[in-house]
Design a protein around this ligand. Structure first.
Ligand code: UD1
Length: 322
């Protein structure tokens, strides 16, 4: 039985990892500062994780959390491109300083491997699709710079200290438990909640921007595979984690509206500062290195996600849910 520290374990991706590892019988230490993470996300496994309220910005707290761990799945971050544009300092501190603290703590604790939640935003708006890891990054927003800086630190800790690190560049991960009601929520969760409430969603720009929307199960699988893969195939490397398909926002809106029996058209607003126009990944590197294979399609992912939010929303309205 291996010992895993999950940073950001009460968040969307972190909590999926926590549930999966606990169900597989692994030992999980769950660290979260509960700023964007929610205890509710760990219901069902709270008695089986070593839950610690702590912050990666605090060296002592992350230092203590890393002690005795085999693997660190570093998911803690202050996400959102627009949040970083509006107020760059808090995300800078969490995403760059926090990531540095995680690496230092992991190195000092003798952790075997760190897997890092990197971001597809690194690619920016350069020409050439699909995106391949060998492209030179062109970040467009503070968030993209922060996540990319984390990658560079990860790779440097491998080269300089021999700490095995793997960077997974997530492409717009969606699914149950993503926060739906913040102005900084991912578009999928936000649109689903708005449609359930009968509110008219706003598409920023013309809606023809494309995303490689990726169901959460694929991100979970990638993390577990990246932990198990031989170091020679993954250490110090960066991998796209995506579905490998591009869907426009207009198209996504229509699919969601159909699934939710929602009949209002979208309203359109100005494009968001720092927004990437298009996103589509080449996932062959992850396939070759650790057998990554996105099993849940875009459509099936949407169905599962809509069903989950519908059940939560119905339960909440009946006073039995969250
Ligand atoms: C970016 C990254 C993603 C990362 C995420 C973290 C890219 C291509 N993707 O996602 O990998 O996980 O940051 O925060 O850089 N939108 C609307 N209406 C809304 C909300 C959003 O039209 O109410 C639009 C946005 O303008 C954008 C698209 O939907 O064009 C997706 O937005 P969002 O879900 O916030 O994710 P990204 O910023 O693309």
């Amino acid at each position: 039985m291996a010992k895993y520290l999950i940073t950001g374990a009460a968040g969307f991706i972190g909590s999926w990892l926590a549930h999966t590892l606990v169900e597989q019988g692994e030992q999980v230490r769950a660290l979260d500062n509960f700023i964007t993470g929610q205890r509710q996300n760990l219901v069902g496994i709270l008695d089986r994780v070593d839950l610690r309220e702590g912050d990666i910005r605090n060296q002592d707290e992350i230092g203590a959390a890393c002690e005795g761990m085999d693997y660190v799945l570093h998911q803690a971050a202050l996400p959102s491109v627009p949040r970083s544009v509006k107020d760059p300092e808090p995300s800078h501190t969490s995403n760059i300083d926090g990531t540095f603290n995680v690496l230092e703590a992991a190195r000092q604790a003798g952790v075997k491997r760190v897997v890092y939640a990197a971001s597809s935003s690194a690619y920016g708006n350069q020409p050439g699709f699909p995106r391949v890891e060998t492209m030179v990054p062109q970040p467009l927003s503070p968030y993209a710079v922060q996540k990319l800086t984390g990658e560079l630190y990860m790779q440097t800790y491998w080269r300089v200290y021999g700490l095995e690190t793997v960077c997974l560049r997530y492409f717009n991960i969606f699914g149950p438990r993503q926060v739906p009601d913040s102005p900084y929520s991912g578009v999928m969760a936000r649109f689903i909640l708005q449609m359930l409430r009968g509110e008219q969603p706003t598409i920023f720009g013309d809606g023809e921007q494309g995303r490689d929307f990726t169901y959460i199960q694929s991100a979970v699988d990638a993390n577990l595979q990246a932990v198990q893969a031989p170091a020679a195939q993954v250490a110090g490397q960066v991998f796209n984690i995506a579905c490998g398909e591009r869907h426009t926002l207009n198209e996504t809106y229509d699919v969601l509206a159909k699934l939710l029996d929602f009949h209002q058209p979208a309203q359109y607003g100005p494009p968001r500062a720092g927004d990437v126009r298009d996103s589509l990944a080449d996932i062959s590197a992850a396939r070759a290195a650790f057998g990554y294979d996105p099993k849940i399609s875009f459509e099936e992912g949407l169905r599962r996600t809509v069903e989950w939010y519908r059940s939560q929303y119905t339960a909440a309205n009946e006073g039995t849910g969250v």
